[in-house]
Unconditional design. Structure first.
Length: 99
């Protein structure tokens, strides 16, 4: 892999991780934070894959698989928890009256 391509990819993924972490900290809602966690997970996995290609090794493929699986399982678990929590809360939204 070309050194220039590796550097451009690393910079792009680093920016993606930083923006995802910023949204994870600031995010106005829990769902925004969940999406930011997914962005950070995918960006880190992309960076590990980029390093694996650059170093021409397959040693990190298991780590990539484990990291991806943990990200997926944690997202599904948090989504299930939020669904149960939000279903128990009363609906405070005003209802739309039809004429």
């Amino acid at each position: 892999m070309n050194e220039f391509v590796f550097q451009i990819g690393s910079v792009g993924l680093a920016v993606s991780v930083l923006l995802g972490l910023w949204r994870l900290v600031r995010g106005p809602s829990v769902l925004n934070r969940l999406l930011a966690f997914d962005i950070v997970t995918v960006s880190v996995v992309g960076w590990m894959a980029l390093l694996s290609i650059y170093w021409r090794t397959t040693d990190y493929l298991e780590l990539i698989l484990v990291f991806t699986l943990l990200g997926f399982v944690s997202t599904v678990a948090l989504t299930q928890y939020l669904q149960k929590t939000l279903d128990r809360q009363p609906d405070d939204r005003p209802t739309k009256q039809l004429p």
